[in-house]
Design a protein around this ligand. Sequence first.
Ligand code: FAD
Length: 420
Amino acid sequence: MSSDVLVLGAGIVGVSTALHLQARGRSVVLIDRGRPGEGTSHGNAGLIERSSVVPYAFPRSLTTLMRYALNRSSDVRYDLRDFLHFAPFLFRYWRHSTPHNLEIATRAMLPLIEASVREHDALIEAAGAQDLVRAEGWIAAFRTPGRFEAAVAEVEALAHHGLRSAILDQSAFAALEPSVRTGANGISGAVHWLDPKTVTDPGELTKRYARLFEKRGGQIVVADAASLRQVGSTWAVATPDGEITAPDIVVALGPQSDLIFRRFGYAIPLGIKRGYHKHYTSPAGTALHHSVVDEEAGYVLAPMRQGVRLTTGIEFASPDRLPGAQQIDRAERCARQLLDLGKEVEATPWLGLRPCLPDMRPVIGGAHRHKGLWFNFGHAHHGLTLGPASGRLLAELLTEERPFVDPTPFRSGRFHQVFR
Ligand SMILES: Cc1cc2nc3c(=O)[nH]c(=O)nc-3n(C[C@H](O)[C@H](O)[C@H](O)COP(=O)(O)OP(=O)(O)OC[C@H]3O[C@@H](n4cnc5c(N)ncnc54)[C@H](O)[C@@H]3O)c2cc1C
């Protein structure tokens, strides 16, 4: 069997890439070891984060670093046993997070972020997935008045981006979210970001996009990407029904992308930020109407189809280490201070792996040493947001269309650059 392109990985990035290639007349086979949307794309917080115009940088403030070093905060946790595994990534991340480099990353990412909702909207409509998406934005909530005031100042500093937002004092916040506690032990103020959309089941959204791909004639095949081999000028993947070949192959394996790029000699410093989720029922008389981020404790509460989804911040540990309860338990304790959460829907938390590059931008484009090998991975905290936009960019590059975004900042060969 042969096709024009094989896309490895049916997460939000791979599925979106496959759809964009298909829309440009390419025959595409999408390959995954499981079903679409069951990797990291299954369990995220569901924010199509149009308002995240500045990437998450490594903190530079000494107070924040000291707090994280104590390893007691709910937003960032590390497992000391895996220090040697994650330390090289952290060091590079820290070096890339100078104000100057953050400014470069912000400028590079902006066109993709700006296109994020627009690109999703087109797919949501074509896939008939409107029932999974809400256009009510999300709320960044602050416990201490000082942090709230600082956030208001940050909103003003971002005014030139033209983002729509509303500043909510305590009573305005309570009017939108009456079940969330305000006052001395609760929320003192919030910023309601109005441009982003939220998804009530991101795994299902990925599946609906995958179904659209099939409806349009695409094929999804279960196979192990590890079987990839280069045969002359084509690429081949082994499946139970024989090999599939194509002149072009896209690696969209998210956190597992190193499986391929390492083998072909690319020293791309992909790091993993782990994160958990759990769902809870809502006791009678309580309801959560928006996705709310407790900015000081670093977790998200999101109304999802399965219940209220609590997603955690970052855990640094080896990707292979079994899920632990510490981080989700800490986040749950903080969340229960704000909202009455009912019973746990599942006994064990879901663990997801955010695929991250230290310079805060994904790798999108052709592999610089292999013809027909393409990369689209490393979307970190914003893979749901960026899947369709980066799928479009990759498809434009592969089909030699004029790209809608400057692809230079995303090239795979950028990691030998000199730091400033
Ligand atoms: C707790 C948490 C909250 C988050 N919240 C948000 C949010 O609100 N908004 C947002 O934009 N992003 C969010 N993210 C980030 C987002 O989920 C990821 O960036 C995104 O899902 C990455 O998508 P992907 O397609 O690259 O990877 P994945 O979804 O992991 O897809 C990779 C695919 O490759 C397949 N695969 C792996 N190995 C093989 C193999 N050997 N053979 C064949 N197939 C293979 C897997 O089965 C999988 O389907 C969050 C992440 C976490 C962990």
